[in-house]
Design a binder for this molecule. Structure first.
Ligand code: MRU
Length: 352
């Protein structure tokens, strides 16, 4: 399937020395592309959520390593050993930006490992060949992410009811095309269903405090012509009490070895509501989001973000100065609340 929307979340420039991203902090008001040329700008783009979503962080990081190496060669670096040492620093700096999404470290290590393999097979290769090898691996990682999104969508489509009326789903945060290098994870079956001409009604949680559901999910679904309704996070219980929702679809930032799922803050509450109302709760994620080295959800590092996002995130002060703010970016949904995990490899209904 072709990408549902005419935008690229990240792409290298023609000369491979920089990256162009769609700046997600500016949506939905403006579609602004931003060109990133240096490591600090790339790290900042991750920290500020100009690029975000677990699979996209991996794709972006892979392209970033390739662009930084290409730029060093273009500005005179000829020593492959120094190029390799600089890459180690890049891995450190980019890897330290956000802790929860495992795809970021996965892609960085995959790039480093692929380069070591390539260098062992090509001893004495020149610096420009090393940079070219990195660009090739980055574009393979990007292509793989596209394929994974399609496969997740195809598997998850089988879980949606075959009904004449609209299929009604609820989603949280943004696990769509904006969060990946392809058609998304949680939203991918919706794009495939839409391509088949099926009727859909999507409810998107606003997703406080940074509003990825309202700003991003609603933007991309509406642009694809899919019926989308935004509700604030606190309204989900009332929604499930008042209408029949066929499924809740969410993405993941990391899935622990026991099936516990870290995803955007508010996902756990939705899973509890889903159980209360008998609505299937599906987690859709590529295999690059599985972390076999993390035994349980309790071992997943949870990013804490700046309090201003809650204190004044709406453009005005919403919390009095003498009140404290707690702002974890993610929560953990225990495996027992997940109806099924859908990866590019298929549908898994239990983890034991
Ligand atoms: O803080 P964000 O916007 O990067 O959080 C994104 C999410 O929690 C997504 O649901 C998750 O990364 C899956 S994206 C396919």
């Amino acid at each position: 399937m072709r990408a549902p929307l005419p935008f690229a979340t990240v792409r290298p420039t023609e000369d491979g020395r920089a990256l162009v991203i769609l700046d997600q902090t500016r949506l939905p008001e403006e579609e602004v592309e931003r060109t990133l040329t240096d490591r600090e700008g790339m790290a900042e783009a991750i920290r500020l959520l100009r690029v975000r979503g677990a699979p996209l962080l991996g794709v972006f990081a892979a392209h970033a390593l390739a662009a930084l190496a290409t730029n060093r060669v273009a500005t005179g670096e000829t020593d492959p050993t120094r190029l390799r040492a600089a890459l180690d620093e890049d891995v450190e700096v980019l890897g330290a930006t956000r802790p929860t999404a495992v795809n970021l470290g996965w892609a960085l290590e995959r790039m480093r490992g692929a380069l070591d393999e390539w260098s062992a097979a090509n001893p004495g290769a020149a610096a420009d060949a090393v940079a070219a090898a990195l660009r090739t691996v980055a574009s393979e990682i990007h292509d793989q992410d596209r394929r994974m999104c399609e496969a997740i969508g195809a598997h998850a489509l089988q879980l949606l009811p075959a009904t004449d009326g609209p299929v009604t789903v609820l989603t949280h945060c943004n696990a769509g095309a904006l969060a990946t290098g392809g058609i998304g994870t949680a939203l991918s079956p919706l794009y495939l269903a839409r391509a088949e001409g099926r009727r859909l009604r999507v409810f998107a949680d606003e997703t406080r405090p940074l509003l990825q559901g309202a700003r991003l999910t609603a933007w991309e679904l509406a642009r694809a012509g899919i019926d989308v309704t935004v509700l604030t996070d606190g309204m989900a219980g009332a929604l499930l009490s008042s209408i029949r929702v066929d499924a809740i679809l969410v993405g993941a930032d990391r899935i622990a070895a026991n099936g516990d799922v870290a995803n955007k803050i508010g996902t756990y509450g939705l899973a509890v509501l889903a159980r209360r109302h008998g609505v299937p709760f599906y987690v859709l994620a590529p295999t690059s989001t599985l972390d076999p080295d993390c035994p349980t959800g309790a071992d997943i590092p949870i990013e804490q973000r700046r309090e201003d996002e809650v204190r004044s995130g709406m453009g005005r002060t919403t919390v009095p100065a003498d009140a404290e703010v707690w702002n974890p970016a993610f929560d953990v949904t225990p495996a027992e609340l997940v109806t099924a995990w859908v990866t590019d490899e298929g549908v898994r209904r239990s983890w034991s």
